[in-house]
Design a protein around this ligand. Sequence first.
Ligand SMILES: [Zn+2]
Ligand SMILES: [Zn+2]
Length: 579
Amino acid sequence: MRTGLRTGFAATAALAAAVALYVSATLPRPAISLEGRAPSNHIAGVYHVHTSRSDGTGTVDAVAMAASRAGLQFVILTDHGDGTRVPDPPAYVHGVLTIDALEVNTREGHIVVIGLDAAAPYPLAGLAADVIEDVHRMGGIAILAHPDSPRAELSWRGETTLDADGIEWINADSEWRDESALRLMKAASSALIRPPEAIASMFSRPVRSFQRWDRASRARATVGLAAVDAHANIPWREQEEPRQSSGFEHPSYETMFQTLVQTVVSDRPLTGDAVVDAAAVIGALRAGRTYATIRAQAWPSTLVFEAEREERRYVMGDRLDASTATVAFTARVPGAPGSQVTLLRNGQPHRTGQGTLIVPDASIPGVYRVEVRLPETDVPWIVSNAITIEGDMGGPFGGRGGGRGGGRGEGPPATAGVVQPHPVAPDVSRWALEQDPSSAGTVRADEGRVRFDYRLGSGIPRGQYAAIAYAPDVDAGIETVNFTASASAPVRVSIQIRLPAGHGSSAQRWRKSIYVDETPRPFVLRLQDFEPADRPTVRRPIVTPLQSLLVVMDTVNSRPGATGTVWLSGMALGVNRLE
Ligand SMILES: [Zn+2]
Ligand SMILES: [Zn+2]
C-alpha cells in the first residue's frame, strides 16, 4: 500500500519534472518590452469583447478593470444581440472608456455593429445586406466578424462585396480552433507561465482574411480590425454562439488584452468626457485611422503611416483621387529600429525597409497598407489600415464599381426597357389572409390603398406570422414587383412570391425583406434579388409566372406579440412583353 503510494508519488513527480522541462524548452519567446511610449493621440484599446450580458463571464466593471490593469484606454463591448436593447451610454469605468456595441447574427455570419446610440425599432436579423442597410440608416458601422473562422457556422457565408464598413483580419477566438491537439496542449502548458505569448503562439498569418480585406478595399473604404473576441469562457465542446457558460473562465480578459491591441489615431488625446471621447474613437475607427498590434510580440508600439502628394498630407483611411502626380509614402516604427516594415499594394509586398520605409515615387493606383514584422515571426506585429490611390486597379474588383449605393434591389430594373407593369386590381377581396394559429390580421380597403392590420402571436419566437396573399391572373413571366408601401411604425416587411409547383417539385417560396416606415415609398423589386425561403439554392427566379404574391410579417424582424399596419398602393407586376 505504502509502496504503491510512494511509486505513484514518484511517477507524478517525474511527470511533473518532464512537463516542466518540456514547457521551458518550448516556451514562446517573451513579449519584447520597448522603450518609449506612443504619442498621446495614439489611443490603445481593445475591440470585440463579450461580457456576462451575453456569453462572457465578466461584468462590464470587471472587463474595464482588466483593461485598466492592461494599461488600455478604451474597450469596445460587443455582446450578442439584435439591437433592441438600448445601448449603454459611453462611460469611464476604472479610467477606461467603455463603448457599448453589439454582435448581430445574420444569415451569412456575424456582424459587429458600432456607433448606434438608440435601440433598433425591430430586431436586426435576416440577410446581412439588410442588417447593414439598417445599421447605416441608424448611423452605425458594420464589421464582418471572424470571416474565416475554421468553424463553418461562424465563418462568413455571403459575398465580401457587401456594403460592410470593415472586416476583422484576425480574431483571437477563431485562431486556436484549427490547431492540432499537440499544439493546443503545448500552448495550454506554456499558458501557465506566459499566457499572452501562449495565445499569440497559435496565431498564423491569416492569408484568406487579408485577401478578403484587400479585395474589399479596392472597391470601397474598408477598415481592418484585430478582434480579441474575449469571453473569458472557453467552450467545452463545439457549440453554437452565444456559447453556454463552461465554468472555465480562461483565458482571462487581462490575458487577452495583453495579446492583441487596436490603436486609434485621433486628432487629439482623450479629454475625459466619455461622450466626446467615444465619438472620437468611433470616428477614427470609421475613418480607418487605426492600426493593430500583436502586443504579445512587443509592446508598446507606435506606427506612423502617411502619404504626401503635391504638398498635401494623407493618413490611414484616406483615398486619393486618380492622378498622375507621384505619392510619397512614409512608414515609421519609432522605438523598434530592427523591425521589418513592408508596404503592400493590393496585398502584395511592394517595398520593404528597416524601422523606417520611405517610398517617394508611388503613382500606380492601389490599396497600400503596412505590415511590420519582428525577426522570426510569421504573423505581423503591427498591421496598418490602408491609404488608397483610386483609379484602375485591374482585376475583377478593380475600379470604383461596387461602391456604396450600388443598387441592390430597389433601383430600376436592369431591363427596364422591356418591362411593362401589369396593374394588380385594387380590389381587396382578392387578397386573402394567411397566418399561424396564434396570429391574426385583417385586410381592407383604405382610401384606395390596401390596408393590412396584423398581430403576431405572443410568447417565444416559434415561426409566428401574419400575411396577405394575392393570386395574380397573369400567366406570363413576371420580372418585377412594383408598389408603394408605408407602415404605422418602422418595420421590415417580407415580400414573398410563391412559384407554381413544377415537375416533381412542390411550390417554392422566395422572399425579399424591405424597410418600410410612415413615409410612403415606391419599390421596384426584381425577382432575381429574391432569396429562397424554404431551402438554400444558388438559383434565382428571373422571369417566371407567380402562383401568389405575399406581404408577410414574421418573427425574423418582428417580435412575438408585435402589432401594426402596413399600407400598399399602386401594386403592379412587371411583365416582360417580349416573352
Ligand atoms: Zn461571433
Ligand atoms: Zn464575438
